[in-house]
Design a protein around this ligand. Structure first.
Ligand SMILES: Nc1ncnc2c1ncn2[C@@H]1O[C@H](COP(=O)(O)OP(=O)(O)OP(=O)(O)O)[C@@H](O)[C@H]1O
Length: 518
């Protein structure tokens, strides 16, 4: 429970002062922060705290020029008639919550931090934040930072008392989500549909993905013919976009300022360009560069939401982001395919280094896939992994009809995916990182190529796994199979598979992903 992370621990008598909470995109970090504040404000929890100041990085990014800590607090939280002149000095009475470290667009320099201690003296925002975290400014304050894992390294561990992680919904909570948010007979149908597709069911531990499933499946389940109900990740996102298209056409039936396809391609360009730079939030100028007019209602109807509500603005600058990172990744993949098909260009070539470019001079689909794989493997934090999976799914012939509904002018051509699948298998053989290999297995899954998986499953079914010497590809396949297994998610008994030090190392991703490891 997030409500307990700053309480005195009964067994040790210790109390955390600075906590870093990690969690992947959409898993519920911001919701947890809001719930913590709500419970406190309603007098239910953590009543020893007198002030909680939520300062999301998304808003801190917008502050330019110098401020004092008191000036910042007064401007953001108090009216001009009621200014705070000082803060309580006793331990644990003041709390700062910095949500979304991964969105921080200024540098946090802990090494050069100069020991800034004056709460009324003006300085830059990064100096205020680093000195709060280092406890030079208000040493008695509680500090809670949330972040996606990729940005966790921005704060040295010596400044953190405890690291916690939000792991999302368990199976019961997934069911509860659908039961709460739809009518009883509908929720049962949705739940049983999702359970039939393992990868969808696993993805549903991310609350925001449950929301996408609900918005796609609810209307589809009311139709008589449910043959076309999506069962793959890519299928779910195609239908998510199609449902946006239908809503838009209903809303702007007569005077559609531009076609849905136009908007999707422009949003795709924005998604792709910014994803490559690792940006998840954008400003007006970023949108304009891709030909998007910020006053155009089309842009905001679901896909790209205006995130920064200016109730009490720190600055009036508008900030935009996709409703979820996975939507950005899907649109980016759609853009890559569209540009390749219609403009005969490989969008990755624009950013690839010359060395890699030389290898991929031809302009065939398999070359597009190869460059996408190369790019994804080169990324340290895996920011192109999902794009790659979507690109594989979108290239499949079985998705062509739905894609035509989405982008009518997209040039479609049936092509053999065998070469791509072979290339991916070869790449898995040489890949050292287990995360990257697992993603490549997901790509094979999207391509409906399960040869490596079938091979490892044969060993598992015949109980001869412990007698085999596994190659690196087979280890990766085993990890993938175990990660996709529902049973393993709840409890993982390693000795069932292997008892060795090597197994502990190889199977670490599975151990990390289970609720109980024996
Ligand atoms: N416990 C929950 N119950 C129901 N829905 C939830 C829950 N947690 C999250 N959600 C849904 O998921 C969405 C994303 O959650 P949230 O913004 O908290 O994620 P996040 O971890 O902060 O993601 P990001 O890293 O992308 O900012 C919410 O808007 C909400 O719709």
């Amino acid at each position: 429970m997030c409500n307990d992370i700053f309480k005195v621990q009964r067994d040790t008598g210790r109390q955390n002062r600075k906590v870093l909470t990690l969690g992947i995109a959409g898993v519920g970090k911001t919701v947890s922060v809001s719930k913590f504040i709500l419970d406190w404000a309603e007098g239910k929890e953590n009543q020893e705290i007198i002030f909680i100041f939520p300062l999301p990085f998304r808003q801190l990014n917008l502050i330019s020029g110098n401020r004092s800590l008191m000036g910042l607090i007064n401007k953001k939280f108090f009216g001009s008639d009621k200014q705070l002149s000082s803060l309580p000095k006793e331990e644990g009475k003041v709390m700062f919550i910095f949500d979304g470290l991964d969105e921080c667009r200024f540098s946090l320099s802990f090494k050069n931090s100069e020991g800034f201690t004056d709460v009324t003296k003006e300085t830059t925002v990064d100096v205020i934040i680093t000195n709060l975290i280092e406890k030079n400014l208000i040493p008695s304050a509680l500090i809670w930072i949330t972040s996606r894992p990729a940005a966790a390294h921005l704060i040295p561990r010596l400044h953190i008392d405890q690291v916690t992680e939000i792991i999302g919904f368990n199976d019961e909570q997934k069911d509860k989500y659908f039961t709460r948010n739809s009518k009883p007979d509908m929720s049962e149908r949705i739940i049983s549909h999702i359970k039939r597709s393992r990868s969808l069911h696993i993805m549903c531990h991310i609350p925001v993905f449950c929301w996408i499933c609900l918005s796609v499946l609810q209307p589809l389940m009311t139709r008589e013919n449910q043959d076309k109900t999506p069962t793959t990740l890519t299928g779910m996102y195609i239908y998510f976009l199609l449902s946006q298209k239908h809503q838009m056409t209903d809303k702007y039936s007569k005077d559609l300022p531009q076609s849905f396809e136009d908007v999707v391609v422009k949003l795709g360009k924005l998604a792709f360009k910014q994803l490559q730079k690792g940006n998840l939030i954008f400003y007006e100028k970023d949108l304009e560069e891709c030909g998007l007019d910020v006053r155009d209602g089309l842009v905001f109807s679901g896909l790209c939401t205006q995130m920064f509500q200016t109730e009490k603005p720190v600055s009036g600058r508008k900030v935009f982001s996709f409703v979820h990172l996975s939507v950005q990744e899907f649109l980016a993949a759609l853009y890559v395919l569209f540009i390749y098909r219609n403009k005969k260009t490989n969008p990755f070539h624009l950013t690839l280094g010359d060395k890699v470019k030389r290898y991929f001079k031809k302009n065939s689909l398999v070359d597009l896939h190869k460059t996408a794989v190369e790019n994804a493997l080169q990324s340290k934090n895996g920011h192109l992994d999902l794009l790659l999976r979507f690109l594989m799914g979108l290239s499949l012939e079985s998705n062509h009809n739905d894609l035509k509904d989405l982008l009518p002018s997209l040039k479609i051509k049936a092509e053999d995916m065998g070469q791509t699948a072979e290339y991916i298998k070869q790449t898995i053989k040489n890949e050292e990182s287990s995360e990257k290999s697992i993603n490549l297995f997901h790509c094979l899954n999207e391509l409906n190529d399960d040869s490596l998986i079938t091979e490892i499953q044969k060993y598992l079914n015949s109980d001869s796994l412990s007698a085999q010497d596994l190659s690196s590809v087979q280890w990766s396949a085993l990890v993938f199979v175990l990660l996709m297994s529902e049973e393993t998610q709840e409890m993982f008994e390693m000795q069932k598979y292997r008892r060795s030090d090597e197994a502990v190392i190889q199977l670490l991703p599975v151990i990390r992903n289970t609720r109980r490891a024996l």
